[in-house]
Design a protein around this ligand. Structure first.
Ligand code: 13P
Length: 346
């Protein structure tokens, strides 16, 4: 692949109002979600769940790329295809989560540092050989009681930038995911202030590490009040706060922004994305496509239906496709939560 191919991959991931399906939960996270639904927590069931998603008919109408976990990229579908190849044959670009998780940050109680840089160059080369074309690394920032500290922001931003530089060297598009968490009672304004501050430092580090901004995607949180915040904000207030934050902190060279859902329900995440896209309509031109890279907000309704049973695969796939369609509509600003269930293919 040439450097130009890297740019083309980044653009393809946000083209045509499509977005990403994050299906890269670590084994413990996937198992926790299975346990809640009484699904057996083992490698074969994780494989079955990922196969259900990757083989959903017509998924590529709305989904441009899917993010795999290390276990999954080494597995095969029942038809005998490695997952990355099955996705490519379905018209979906395969990606891979390459961080090894958020660990306690020494010296900073209740703060995390995402690890995974050791040996990353070799792992990226292997993933590229397996067919991955992009990668993901998630940093997390809890909010409240003096958090996030400058130390945790600097350390995580530095790691994100070093990961991104290694990805580009390996011809993988890095998705940069700095997530300000929703837990807590903080206000919308506080989330906006912290998210903007984090993004400034992340882009400063990307610049310092010579990362080509034209060949990354940013995966931020929407600017939201804390889950325990007493005051309720409208979709428009949330969209305006998110818009201001991104316009101030994200260079226009970035080819696309793909939001995480952060634990919002499927409908709330679609409504938020829709309102954000509409809020940009007032500008004469928007700097970046604003799309999605949701995990829970796309997967959960389908997993609730599947419950681990083959007999439920078709209806679970329909539910997955439905959420993907809703989110594509949200990228266009045509989603309406009140008519969610009647959204049709175009
Ligand atoms: P959620 O959409 O469930 O927040 O997950 C996105 C993701 O990929 C987390 O790294």
């Amino acid at each position: 692949m040439t450097a130009n191919a890297l740019l083309q991959t980044a653009k393809a991931l946000v083209a045509d109002d499509k977005g990403l399906l994050a299906m890269d939960e670590s084994n413990p996270t996937c198992n926790q979600r299975f346990a809640k639904l009484g699904i057996a927590q083992n490698e074969e069931m994780r494989r079955n769940w990922r196969e259900l998603m990757a083989t959903t008919p017509a998924l590529s109408d709305c989904i441009s790329g899917a993010i795999l976990f290390d276990e999954t990229i080494r597995q095969r579908t029942r038809a005998g295809l490695p997952f990355a190849i099955a996705l490519i044959e379905a018209g979906i670009i395969p990606g891979i989560k390459v961080d090894t998780g958020a660990k306690d940050l020494a010296g900073h109680a209740h703060e995390k540092i995402t690890e995974g840089l050791d040996g990353l160059r070799d792992r990226l080369a292997e993933y590229a050989r397996m067919g991955a074309r992009f990668a993901k690394w998630r940093a997390v920032f809890a909010l409240g009681d003096g958090k996030p500290s400058r130390a945790s922001i600097d350390a995580n931003a530095h790691a994100l930038a070093r990961y991104a530089a290694l990805c580009q060297e390996a011809m993988l598009v890095p998705i940069i995911e700095p997530e300000v968490l929703m837990d807590g009672d903080h206000s919308l304004a506080k989330c906006a202030e912290v998210t903007e501050g984090v993004l400034h430092i992340v882009f400063d580090q990307l610049y310092a590490q010579n990362v080509e901004l034209e060949a990354i995607l940013l995966k931020p949180n929407m600017v939201l009040p804390g889950l325990m915040c007493q005051h309720k904000f409208t979709d428009d207030e949330i969209a305006d706060a998110t818009k201001s934050c991104l316009l101030r902190a994200v260079p226009a060279a970035v080819p696309g922004i793909v939001f995480l859902s952060g634990g919002q329900s499927g409908k709330l995440a679609s409504a938020g994305l829709n309102a954000i896209n509409l809020s940009f309509n007032a500008l004469t031109s928007r700097p970046w496509p604003l799309s999605f890279s949701f995990a829970r907000a796309i997967q959960h309704p389908a997993m609730d239906i599947w419950k681990g049973a083959d007999a439920n695969i078709v209806s679970a796939q329909q539910a997955l496709l439905h959420r993907a369609r809703c989110n594509r509509a949200a990228c266009r600003g045509t989603y309406n939560a009140l008519t969610d269930s009647s959204i049709q293919p175009d």
